[in-house]
Design a protein. Structure first.
Length: 465
């Protein structure tokens, strides 16, 4: 009886997937024929045939008396191809692409930023006029390794306002908030490590961790922070290296970390040797500051990162990292290796914008505008039978459950056909258990066409499980 082609193909696919995901690199020895057969529940002859076909294609190479090894070079890393393959409507990269690539006339209640007219355009224009008269070095030269000293001093003062005491030389400028988290991952992680993330959490964390070839473990998020019992359980072997979270105005839920949860969380991190990355990108939207892990910890094992792309400009991006001195020194080397001098012009422009007296008034107006937008969005979602998980006091987001077990991925596909970009729940979830949730950005929910399209989508049969 001939071997089943489907079983041979399954072995070939498994080997290719591990190579594509960088789990097995050039020169790595594949499991023996017998070991692979036992692992996959197939016959030895099936594995022999699969290995022979891969060897014929040059994907692997046989070494006499030794076994089979991965040949090189590797194909380019394709994040969307790394297993498990997700529905593109819940893939974090799909959501990002639709938000960034769709035509300007598309409506984007699922994106993560405010409309351009809500950002600090007046301050940027004033800053650009000042930059046009600046010394030539500010327009043309590389930045120093740590970044513009005056901006780092401004960030030091802002951190002090949150109770975070950090010397100026322990503040490092990055290209963006994402770049800041990426540098930390480069410093502290290696392929195969485990990282804790909130479930749900900002979907680009998932994509970034996938790029670093590490294993993300989701911890359920509550109205006051991570579920501490689940967090403690997740600290067991394999011991995670990092935990990435938002303390203030959590994305996507809008929840705020409580003081009690923060203290217990730091105790768990201390006992397990866990490092925490606190992403503080939404700080300026808060009505009152939430407890900051970096303040309570004194930057011992907490790394504080942030940026201003949500409040000032996403076109002139600038992020930062505040951390203990030895980590900053190592991060500087990584920054030089990956981006060299950094965005000197963007840093100057950001310094002007943040120290302009108009920025404080701008953010006061934005917080009031968001409060009105939140009330409007709440009325609209409730009219459609959509239930908020939490009504946050500030920020951009509402995390909402669809009625009657509707499938948010199907809803997103339907809405996109009508020019509306929706962010389905499972794009934010490591466990994939929030298929009937959607994140709404209240600043992007003012157009009545959004609610007309959503109403039609909710009536469609294919929007159900």
């Amino acid at each position: 009886m001939s071997r089943s082609p489907s079983r041979i193909d399954s072995v070939i696919h498994a080997v290719r997937a591990r190579i594509a995901a960088r789990q097995d690199g050039p020169g790595a020895r594949l499991p023996s024929v017998r070991a692979q057969a036992a692992t996959m529940g197939v016959s030895v002859s099936t594995v022999v045939e699969a290995y022979e076909r891969l060897a014929a294609e040059g994907v692997i190479a046989a070494r006499a008396g030794s076994g089979f090894y991965v040949a090189g070079p590797l194909p380019p890393l394709a994040l969307a191809a790394i297993e498990p393959r997700q529905d593109r409507a819940v893939d974090p990269l799909w959501v990002s692409r639709q938000s960034l690539e769709t035509p300007a006339e598309h409506l984007k209640p699922g994106c993560g930023w405010m409309p351009s007219e809500w950002l600090y355009q007046d301050g940027l224009r004033r800053g650009l006029r000042r930059m046009a008269r600046a010394e030539p070095s500010a327009l043309t030269d590389y930045a120093s390794p740590l970044g513009l000293p005056s901006l780092r001093q401004s960030l030091q003062r802002r951190a002090a306002g949150l109770g975070i005491e950090v010397p100026r030389d322990q503040v490092l400028l990055a290209e963006s908030g994402t770049h800041a988290v990426d540098l930390v991952c480069r410093l502290l992680l290696k392929p195969g490590d485990s990282v804790l993330v909130d479930d749900p959490s900002y979907f680009n964390y998932h994509a970034l961790l996938k790029a670093h070839q590490v294993h993300a473990i989701g911890v359920p998020y509550t109205h006051s922070g991570p579920d501490l019992d689940a967090f403690a359980a997740a600290l067991q072997a394999p011991a995670p290296r990092l935990y990435i979270t938002n303390s203030g105005l959590h994305n996507p839920t809008g929840a705020v970390l409580s003081a009690a949860t923060a203290h217990r969380l730091l105790g768990l991190a201390e006992r397990s040797g866990l490092t925490i990355v606190e992403d503080d990108i939404f700080a300026d939207f808060e009505l009152r500051p939430a407890p900051r892990l970096a303040a309570l910890d004194g930057l011992s094992r907490v790394i504080h990162v942030g940026s201003f792309s949500k409040t000032v400009s996403a076109a002139s991006r600038c992020g930062y990292i505040a951390a203990r001195a030895d980590w900053i020194d190592a991060l500087v080397d990584l920054k030089l290796a990956t981006s060299f001098g950094g965005g000197h012009l963007a840093a100057h422009l950001m310094q002007i914008a943040l120290t302009d007296s108009g920025y404080r008034r701008h953010m006061q107006a934005i917080r009031a505008r968001l409060a009105d937008a939140r009330k409007h969005t709440l009325r609209q979602v409730q009219r459609l039978g959509i239930t908020p998980w939490l009504v946050p006091e500030a920020g951009l987001f509402l995390w909402c459950q669809l009625p009657d077990g509707r499938d948010a991925a199907a809803l997103a596909r339907h809405c996109l056909r009508e020019g509306v970009v929706v962010a389905p729940g499972n794009a934010f979830s490591q466990s994939q258990r929030v298929a009937d949730y959607v994140r709404f950005n209240v600043s992007q929910c003012q157009d009545p066409r959004i609610w007309q399209v959503l109403a039609r989508a909710l009536r469609c049969a294919d929007a159900k499980f």
